[in-house]
Design a binder for this molecule. Structure first.
Ligand SMILES: [Zn+2]
Length: 232
């Protein structure tokens, strides 16, 4: 096979390998947990903290109610024990019990409020958890599909590399080095196809003499971009 044909084959393999690498990197990025999922997880954590907070609060407020009820019971027992003989002392104690009862109402309201807040925070948490689980499941299945795609890309690239080795072996070292240097210099494209009379690399219209040389199978560079021209 003519050198230019081998180089053109090598170029196509390298372009395919470049595409594999790009796709692999792109997939890898797409496999990371999406921002929305991370945000949702943070919201779930915050909601969990709220539930914990209100659960503690409800317990404390219910305990305050129970303590107040115990105090009232104690004072009422004393009031109705018949041990207090002084009417003024009796009235004072009666008033004290009434004030304790008024405060009990406040404490009960606060306990009820904590219970409602707890229920509300539990509902919020459940809603967020549901949304999180649904989004997570979607992401996991997407990631699984991408993992399969990655495996296919790796296998494809491996086959290309083997093919590349076979082609490269048939090329003289000087041509191979020239190709590699051009590829590095010209954005990955060292060999450009001839499109009619123009260079497939830069689009320049080529002189007839150059076109003829290319068709004759000679190693010719595009006078504008410097790429080797492939007649096919
Ligand atoms: Zn060109």
């Amino acid at each position: 096979m003519r050198t230019i044909k081998l180089l053109a084959t090598l170029q196509q393999i390298d372009l395919d390998l470049d595409a594999d690498r790009r796709k692999f990197a792109e997939n890898k990025e797409a496999m990371a947990p999406p921002e929305a999922l991370r945000k949702l997880l943070a919201e779930v954590k915050a909601a969990e903290a709220q539930v914990t907070r209100w659960r503690k609060e409800r317990k404390a407020r219910e305990e305050a109610v129970a303590a107040q009820q115990a105090r009232i019971k104690e004072e009422e027992t004393r009031l109705y024990s018949g041990r207090i003989k002084d009417p003024r002392e009796q009235v004072a104690l009666q008033q004290h019990v009434e004030s304790l009862k008024r405060h009990l109402e406040t404490l009960e309201e606060r306990a009820l409020e904590a219970m409602m807040e707890l229920e509300q925070s539990q509902e919020t948490l459940a809603t967020l958890q549901q949304a999180f689980e649904a989004q997570k499941a979607a992401w996991v299945s997407q990631r699984e599909a991408l993992e399969k795609e990655q495996e296919a890309i790796v296998a494809h690239a491996r086959a290309l590399k083997a093919k590349r080795e076979t082609v490269a072996k048939q090329l003289p070292a000087s041509d191979l080095n020239r190709y590699e240097a051009l590829r590095k210099k010209l954005g990955g494209l060292a060999v450009a196809k001839l499109n009619g009379r123009s260079c497939g690399g830069c689009g320049a219209s080529l002189p007839t003499s150059v076109v003829q040389q290319v068709h004759a199978g000679e190693m010719v560079k595009c006078p504008i971009c410097g790429r080797l021209l492939d007649p096919s």
